[in-house]
Design a protein around this ligand. Structure first.
Ligand SMILES: Cc1cc2nc3c(=O)[nH]c(=O)nc-3n(C[C@H](O)[C@H](O)[C@H](O)COP(=O)(O)OP(=O)(O)OC[C@H]3O[C@@H](n4cnc5c(N)ncnc54)[C@H](O)[C@@H]3O)c2cc1C
Length: 592
C-alpha cells in the first residue's frame, strides 16, 4: 500500500486518492482506514473512488470477484446484474467458495427481484406505503401530529421559477446567472417536450411551451422586472410592500409559497380554493431555483417545505434529463423499473468539492414532490448578455399581508465594520491548507511575496479559517475570516491572484475567478484550481513562494521568468493549464 490514510486529514485524502487507480490498493486503503482512524468521511471518500472504478468497469459482471469483496461491496455490485443465469452462477460460486450467508442472501434476493420482475411482467408486488401509524399501531408515534402531508394527487405542474434576490437595491448577480441558466434549461426543455406527448411522468401535462418565471419580492423591486425579462424571464411576478424592505423569514415565505400555489390550499391531495390567474393554469411550479445566499438559503428551505417538496441546497450544476429508477419507494414495486421524464438533475459539491452528488426529487407512487427545488451557489453559471428586445409579462401578486407575519421588526441596522478590504489591490496572494506543514512560515512567505509588490494584500481560503492551525501571534491576524476569499468571504478581482496551496473548491473559485491573471502553486498536478489558472506551478509552496518573491524584488517579475526560476530551484514545473502532465507541451510561462 503506497498511501497510509492515517497520515492525511479528509480534505487532503481526496486529492491523494485521486492518484490511486488500482482498486485492490483502494480496498487496502479502505481497510487501513477502518482498522485505523475509522472516519466516516474518509471511508465514504475511498468507497466512492472504488465505486467509480466499479462503474467504469462497464458493468462487467465477469469482473465480480466474490472472494475479494465484502458483503457490502457485493450488494452494490449486484445492482448492475440483471441476468438470472449470471446470478445463479454467482450464488453457486459463493456456496462453493467462502459460503457466506450474508452474501448468499444478497444474491438470492437480487435473483428473486430479477425473476420476480421478469415473471410478473409488470404485475407489481406492491410496496406497503401506508403511514407508519397504520402499519405499526402497536408502537408509539410521538411525531404523529407533525405529519405534514399537503402534496397533491395528479397535480398540474409547469414552468421553472427563479427567486430573484436583490441586494442593496440591485438585482444580485446570482439572480442574473440563474435567469440565464433557467432560460437555457427551458429552451432545451421546450425543444424536447413542448408540442405534444406526455413525458411519462404521470403529471398529466401534454406539451405546450413552459416558461421561466422570475419572482421579485421587496420594497422597491418592480424596476428590476425589465432586467429579468431581458435576462430570460417570460413572466415576472412582483410583490412590493414597504414592510418588505429587509428580508424576513415569515412574510417572505408566506408570499412566495402563496405565489407558487396561487393562493390555494392543498388538502388531502386535492386543491382547495385559490385565485384564478390569467397567466397560469397549474397548481405549483415544476421547478424552483433560489440563490444559495444567506437569505436565499433560508427562504429556499422554508418555501420548499411549505410546498411539501424537497430541496437540493448549494448546487453548482443543473440539467434536465430522464432517469430510470428501480428503488421500490419510487417505482411502487420491488424489482421494477420506472422511467422518470423531465427530471431536474441538481449537482452539488461534496467533500470540499472533491466529489459531486446529483440530487433528484422524484414523485412517489402516491405522493408528488413539486416543485423540484435547488439553491444555486453564486458564480456557478455565466451571467447572460441581456436582450432588451425580449418580451415578457409582469404580474402583480395579490395578497393581503398579515400583520402577525411582521412580529419581528427591524428597528435599526448597522453595517458591520468590514475589517480588511481585499478588493481594489493590484495583487492578492492567497494561501490555503497547503501551508499545513508549517502554517506560520506559510503566512510569512505569503506576506513576503505581497510586500515585494507595490500594492498587494494577503488572503486565505476557508480551509485556513476553519482549520485548527497553531499560528504564532504575529501572523494570527492573517488567518481570520475577514481575509477569507470566496462565496462566504470576499470577492476579489485583482490583476494578479496567486493561489498557493489552495485546491480550488467551487466556493473559493467564485471569490477569485474574475482575477485578470491567476497563478496557482500546488503540489498536486490534478488540483482543480488548475482548470481556472493562467499559470500552474507544480511545486511546494515553501520553495516556490521565496523564488517568486526574489524575482519580484529583482524586478524581473515577468511571471514566466519568475516561475521558471521557481521551477529551476525546486524541481517544480510551470504549466499552462491546458498542458497536462505527461504531454510534450513546452513548460514556462510568458512575460505579462
Ligand atoms: C457553504 C460553504 C461555503 C464555503 N465558502 C468558502 C469560501 O468562501 N472560501 C473558501 O475558500 N472555501 C469555502 N468553503 C470551503 C471549500 O469547500 C473548501 O473546503 C476550501 O476552500 C478548501 O480550502 P483549501 O483549498 O485551502 O484546502 P484543501 O482543499 O485542503 O487544499 C489544499 C491544497 O494544497 C495543496 N498542497 C498541499 N501541500 C502543499 C504544498 N506544500 N505546496 C503547495 N500545495 C500544497 C494540496 O494539493 C491541495 O490542493 C465553503 C464550503 C461550504 C460548504
Amino acid at each position: 500500500m503506497t498511501l497510509d490514510p492515517g497520515e492525511y486529514d479528509i480534505s487532503e485524502l481526496g486529492p491523494k486518492i485521486k492518484d490511486v487507480e488500482d482498486v485492490d490498493e483502494l480496498r487496502e486503503i479502505l481497510e487501513a482506514e477502518k482498522s485505523g482512524e475509522n472516519r466516516a468521511g474518509a471511508i465514504a471518500l475511498v468507497e466512492s473512488r472504488i465505486e467509480k472504478f466499479s462503474e467504469d468497469d462497464e458493468a462487467d459482471v465477469e469482473g465480480i470477484d466474490l472472494s475479494a469483496m465484502s458483503a457490502a461491496e457485493v450488494g452494490n455490485a449486484l445492482q448492475r446484474v440483471d441476468d438470472p443465469d449470471e446470478l445463479e452462477r454467482l450464488l453457486q460460486e459463493e456456496s462453493e467458495g467462502e459460503d457466506r450467508g450474508a452474501v448468499k442472501r444478497l444474491v438470492q434476493r437480487r435473483l428473486d427481484a430479477v425473476q420476480g420482475s421478469e415473471e410478473s411482467e409488470g404485475e407489481e408486488s406492491a410496496v406497503d406505503d401506508r403511514p407508519p401509524e397504520e402499519r405499526h399501531p402497536d408502537l408509539s408515534h410521538p411525531t404523529r401530529d407533525k405529519r405534514h402531508v399537503r402534496s397533491l394527487r395528479d397535480g398540474r405542474y409547469r414552468d421553472m421559477w427563479v427567486y430573484c434576490e436583490t441586494q442593496a437595491g440591485e438585482l444580485a448577480s446570482v439572480s442574473r446567472e440563474m435567469l440565464g441558466k433557467a432560460r437555457e434549461l427551458m429552451d432545451g426543455y421546450n425543444d424536447r417536450y413542448a408540442g405534444g406527448g406526455d413525458g411519462g411522468d404521470g403529471d398529466g401535462e401534454d406539451g405546450g411551451e413552459e416558461r421561466v418565471v422570475a419572482v421579485l419580492v421587496g420594497d422597491d423591486v418592480r424596476g428590476h422586472a425589465d432586467d429579468c425579462i431581458a435576462l430570460g424571464a417570460d413572466v415576472v411576478v412582483v410583490h412590493e410592500d414597504e414592510r418588505l424592505e429587509r428580508f424576513q423569514h415569515n412574510p417572505y415565505t408566506e408570499i412566495v409559497a402563496d405565489m407558487a400555489r396561487a393562493g390555494a390550499e392543498h388538502v388531502e391531495g386535492e386543491v382547495a380554493g385559490g385565485r384564478e390567474e390569467a397567466w397560469r393554469d397549474y397548481d405549483k411550479p415544476r421547478y424552483f431555483l433560489f440563490p444559495a445566499t444567506n437569505n436565499g438559503r433560508d427562504l429556499s428551505a422554508l418555501v420548499q417545505a411549505e410546498l411539501d417538496s424537497g430541496l437540493a441546497s448549494d448546487c453548482s450544476g443543473l440539467y434536465i434529463e430522464e432517469e430510470v429508477i428501480s428503488n421500490p419507494v419510487k417505482t411502487g414495486a420491488a424489482g421494477t423499473k420506472r422511467t422518470f421524464e423531465r427530471v431536474l438533475h441538481m449537482k452539488r459539491p461534496d467533500f470540499s468539492g472533491f466529489e459531486y452528488s446529483t440530487i433528484l426529487c422524484l414523485d412517489n407512487p402516491r405522493r408528488e414532490f413539486h416543485p423540484q427545488g435547488a439553491s444555486v451557489i453564486p458564480g456557478s453559471f455565466d451571467v447572460p448578455d441581456p436582450d432588451p428586445e425580449r418580451a415578457g409579462v409582469v404580474v402583480d401578486h395579490e395578497l393581503e399581508l398579515d400583520e402577525a407575519w411582521f412580529r419581528v421588526a427591524v428597528t435599526d441596522h448597522e453595517r458591520l465594520d468590514e475589517g480588511v478590504d481585499l478588493s481594489g489591490h493590484d495583487v492578492v496572494v492567497a494561501v490555503g491548507r497547503g501551508i499545513g506543514d508549517d502554517p506560520t512560515r506559510g503566512i510569512e512567505l505569503a506576506l513576503d511575496l505581497a510586500e515585494a509588490f507595490e500594492d498587494a494584500a494577503v488572503g486565505v481560503s476557508r480551509g485556513i479559517v476553519t482549520g485548527s492551525y497553531a499560528f504564532e501571534p504575529h501572523v494570527e491576524q492573517y488567518a481570520r475570516e475577514e481575509r477569507q476569499i470566496g462565496e462566504t468571504g470576499q470577492v476579489v478581482a485583482p490583476d494578479l491572484y496567486v493561489a498557493a496551496g489552495i485546491s480550488g473548491a467551487v466556493q473559493h473559485k467564485v471569490g477569485m475567478d474574475e482575477s485578470e491573471t491567476v497563478v496557482a502553486v500546488n503540489t498536486d498536478p490534478e488540483a482543480r484550481i488548475r482548470d481556472f489558472s493562467d499559470f500552474f506551478v507544480e511545486g511546494d509552496l515553501f520553495e516556490v513562494l521565496p523564488t517568486l518573491t526574489e524575482a519580484v524584488r529583482r524586478g524581473t517579475f515577468a511571471f514566466g521568468a519568475a516561475a521558471e526560476d521557481a521551477a529551476a530551484t525546486d524541481g517544480g514545473e510551470v504549466r499552462r493549464p491546458s498542458e497536462r502532465p505527461g504531454t510534450d507541451a513546452p513548460t514556462g510561462g510568458e512575460g505579462e
